[in-house]
Ligand binder design. Structure first.
Ligand SMILES: [Zn+2]
Length: 206
């Protein structure tokens, strides 16, 4: 129906999350109409993103190439408290609450055996390696309140508690099955405030 270039752009746009075939068509025709320099700026922003960003070598948040992320660069942030999240977008959600002044660790996913995601596919080894050198005293497990997030929190609690750390989980009150990303800052702020210790008292009673 469409010529080569237009067809290709519609196909590429249609692969984006949340963009269906109709939206892809609408965006493509919009870009066809805008001044060339506007379209070029968008294309260049995508190229720059891929060329100039990497994962922060400390916390695995998004960072500019050859640099730490803004949070690890900020010397005022405490290294004693570490907030473990699944995704860099969750950092934005926690930061919006204004209630956390420590640092983060991004796992880049959650345990999901059915999809072949085990501890080795997540930044778990990297998490363990940070604890002692950075003098971490409390780890807040801030994974999503869904099946995978809870399983990941449980796994990490069992791994971290024997190391003599305080391990806490954000309180319930977040919509179950939901995504941190979509939690409003008030609810997430309360969940952070109401976090409780996990992992220490779940020994099976023989
Ligand atoms: Zn970082």
């Amino acid at each position: 129906m469409y010529t080569g270039s237009l067809r290709r752009l519609i196909d590429e746009l249609g692969k984006l999350p949340g963009v269906g075939p109709k939206s892809a068509q609408r965006i493509a025709f919009y870009l066809l109409k805008v001044p060339t320099e506007d379209a070029t700026r968008l294309a260049q922003a995508i190229v720059d993103l891929k060329e100039n960003t990497q994962l922060c070598p400390i916390c695995f948040n998004v960072a500019e190439t050859d640099s730490l992320c803004p949070i690890c660069l900020d010397g005022r942030r405490s290294t004693a408290t570490l907030c473990v999240v699944e995704d860099p977008r969750d950092i934005v959600a926690v930061e919006r609450t204004g209630q956390f002044h420590g640092r983060y660790h991004v796992l880049h996913g959650a345990l999901n055996p059915l999809e072949g995601v085990g501890p080795d596919q997540l930044k778990v080894r990297e998490l363990l390696a940070r604890l002692e050198p950075e003098g971490v005293e409390e780890v807040i497990l801030c994974t999503n309140p869904n099946l995978e997030g809870e399983a990941t929190a449980l796994y990490l609690a069992k791994l971290l508690t024997p190391l003599g750390l305080k391990v806490t989980r954000i309180a319930s009150g977040l919509p179950v099955g939901g995504d941190l990303e979509y939690a409003d800052e008030l609810t997430l702020g309360r969940a952070l405030e109401g976090r409780r210790t996990v992992g220490g008292d779940d020994a099976p009673s023989a």
